[in-house]
Ligand binder design. Structure first.
Ligand SMILES: Nc1ncnc2c1ncn2[C@@H]1O[C@H](COP(=O)(O)OP(=O)(O)OP(=O)(O)O)[C@@H](O)[C@H]1O
Length: 604
């Protein structure tokens, strides 16, 4: 774990843009807490003076102190409101800033590093924990110290001995006791943050996989896992509550000791005439006010344990290296030119096996290429290399004559329209989801793209057409519809290279065939790379790359591959066997006529 000083500097660096609001919040808090202490003291003095004047039968001006008391009460109430408004607003801004910071950190790491879904849930919990740093740590400690020093200075004017006693006891209540509580609370605090993050991740995972868990009857073990995490969390929280209760009791004890001690010093002073009797009440009340301010400190130190555990995990992101390095002097983005692979190889980690190796080929501008291969052959990796989501470890890929590493990753990606294997839809309207591809696109462009992707009619059939909300992750749409929205989104970008990873998945044969014929026409003069398991569509391509065991095993058209490539024949066989099984009467699907593609199997 980093040192406390280094963590504090890290927080302050992130909070710098909001420093003005935070400083204002602290200033208003100091005024509020001081007004509260002064109110107690002046009220005490006023009551004592009135009583003394009554006993002596003397008159006194009660207008001024009454006005001061009212003024202080108004400042205290208004200040409390303003302080809440400013500090909470600043904290929410900081949390927003932290989220932006986090996305900046993960953006260059690429999706490849972020495959761990529960990581995001943990990070979200960690970022939320950091709102404690200001509200429960920095603000109360700064305000407490400022007000206490002011109050002790006032005591000093009346009696240095009283100031000494209170300073010592306030030190114990505000520093020693919270320090001890912090030490004791560090382990349960860190464990509580960790358990809470794991619990949230498990709950999200459970809800997302509810369908599968129900079907496989695996709900109970999952529920028990979450129950166990929840019990752990409660146990850690109990420990923290016990500590916080003990420290509150400690502060109360110290408050009473301070009151008794102060009285012990004041009474002889009053007896000797060194102090006015009416000064007794305000000084005692001032002591009470000081301990009220110090009572917030143990909570602050406890928050420190939780905040540092969260900080350690967040700071770990800063140490992660991006998956690909950016060039110092980026070349202008590539034009629609040839892409050449020269003995290209990659693996995701230095000690992993090769995900792709010795790939040498040239893709001419405007060429349409299909990439096939068994699962794990390296098809997605092939695409990841082009998108610079994975680093080339061997050989070189050149586009428009320059290595990919010569371009800024963002410039390169702006020249590629990509539909990933799993299309992600945001919880907003269909329109907004499509415009992610090109925010400035006109309604006509959007409809034209949707039309090519064969989704326009489906969208128009939705209750509010393009303005229909798709639901979280597109839950209101079928898998095939989500995929076609993803394709339309990519088509909206007028890029020289289009990459579609499994574009036909989730589509029936007829829809897939129609989609392909439209795509083929629409993308006639653009370079197109389609990764697909749908061998029925693939045989339409003039060029098919066959990958297996991280290598390029064949490159040719369907007829050539059927004749010369064993892997391709195997893939065809497996694919059409699957289709045959689906159409077989004993598969319970009825008497569906064999499709024309089935003849290919015989041909193969
Ligand atoms: N992010 C990653 N980190 C580590 N290894 C990875 C990563 N992505 C892929 N791999 C590994 O690289 C190899 C090639 O995977 P890749 O996803 O490219 O295959 P694929 O042909 O696309 O498979 P599928 O058809 O199942 O999607 C596999 O051994 C896989 O386990």
């Amino acid at each position: 774990m980093n040192s406390l000083g280094s963590d504090l500097r890290w927080w302050l660096r992130l909070a710098r843009p909001y420093a003005g609001a935070f400083a204002l919040g602290v200033a208003v808090s100091i005024v509020t807490v001081s007004a509260n202490m002064a109110l107690l003291a002046v009220a005490g003095w006023f009551i004592a003076s009135m009583a003394a004047a009554g006993l002596a039968g003397a008159g006194m001006n009660y207008f001024t102190p009454a006005a001061v008391i009212r003024g202080l009460a108004i400042v205290r109430t208004g200040g409390r409101y303003l302080e809440r408004l400013i500090t909470h607003d600043a904290t929410l801004r900081l949390l927003t800033g932290l989220r932006v910071w986090f996305y900046r950190q993960i953006e260059p790491l690429s999706t490849v590093d972020m495959r761990n879904g529960d990581l995001l849930a943990r990070v979200r919990a960690d970022i939320d924990t950091l709102d404690h740093v200001y509200l429960r740590l920095i603000a109360p400690v700064t305000v407490g110290l400022a007000c206490l020093l002011g109050a002790v200075a006032v005591m000093w004017l009346y009696s240095p001995a009283v100031a000494h006693v209170n300073l010592a006891l306030l030190g114990v209540a505000g520093i020693a006791l919270p320090g001890l509580t912090y030490r004791l609370g560090r382990a349960p605090g860190a464990a509580a943050v960790d358990t809470s993050a794991r619990m949230k991740a498990a709950a999200v995972d459970w809800v997302e996989g509810l369908g599968e868990l129900t079907v496989f009857g695996a709900l109970e073990p999952r529920r028990e896992t979450i129950d166990a995490l929840s019990r752990d969390w409660i146990a850690h929280q109990k420990q923290l509550s016990k500590l916080s209760g003990l420290s509150s009791a400690g502060v109360l004890l110290l408050t009473n000791l301070a009151l008794v001690g102060t009285a012990c010093f004041l009474v002889p002073l009053i007896r000797s005439g060194a102090l006015q009797p009416v000064d007794f009440a305000p000084l005692i009340l001032l002591v009470m006010g000081c301990f009220e301010a110090v009572a917030l400190m143990p909570g602050a130190w406890q928050a420190l344990g939780q905040a540092r555990a969260a900080t350690a995990r967040l700071r770990a992101f800063e140490d992660r290296r991006p998956a690909v390095a950016e060039p110092a002097h980026p070349a202008p983005p590539p034009a629609c030119e040839a892409i050449r692979f020269d003995h290209v190889g990659t693996r995701y980690q230095a000690d992993d096996t090769w995900a792709l190796r010795e790939v040498t080929l040239t893709i001419a501008p405007g060429e349409h290429i299909a990439v096939v291969g068994p699962s794990g052959a390296g098809k997605t990796t092939f695409v990841n290399l082009l998108l610079r989501l994975a680093e080339i470890r061997e050989g070189e890929i050149r586009w428009d004559g320059r290595p990919l590493s010569a371009y800024r990753a963002a410039d390169l990606r702006a020249r590629i329209a990509f539909v990933p294997q799993r299309v992600y839809l945001f919880h907003t309207s269909v329109r907004e989801n499509l415009l992610v591809g090109r925010p400035e696109a006109t309604a006509e462009d959007m409809i034209a793209a949707a039309d090519v992707a064969g989704i326009h009619d489906d969208i128009m059939a939705l209750p509010e057409g393009y303005d229909t909300l798709v639901g979280e992750e597109g839950l209101r749409l079928s898998g095939g519809q989500i995929r076609r929205i993803g394709i339309a989104r990519a088509l909206l970008r007028d890029t020289p290279l289009v990459i579609l990873d499994e574009p036909f998945e989730g589509l029936d044969m007829r829809t897939a065939a129609r989609l392909w014929s439209r795509l083929e026409r629409h993308l006639a003069d653009r370079t197109l790379i389609v990764v697909s398991h749908d061998l029925a569509r693939v045989h339409d391509f003039a060029r098919i790359l066959v990958l297996e065991n991280a290598g390029l095993v064949a490159d040719g058209d369907h007829a050539t591959l059927v004749r010369h490539c064993e892997t391709y024949r195997r893939l065809q066989g497996a694919y059409f066997n699957r289709r045959l099984d689906r159409h077989a009467p004993d598969a319970g699907r009825g008497e569906t006529a064999p499709t024309p593609e089935l003849s290919l199997r015989r041909h193969a």
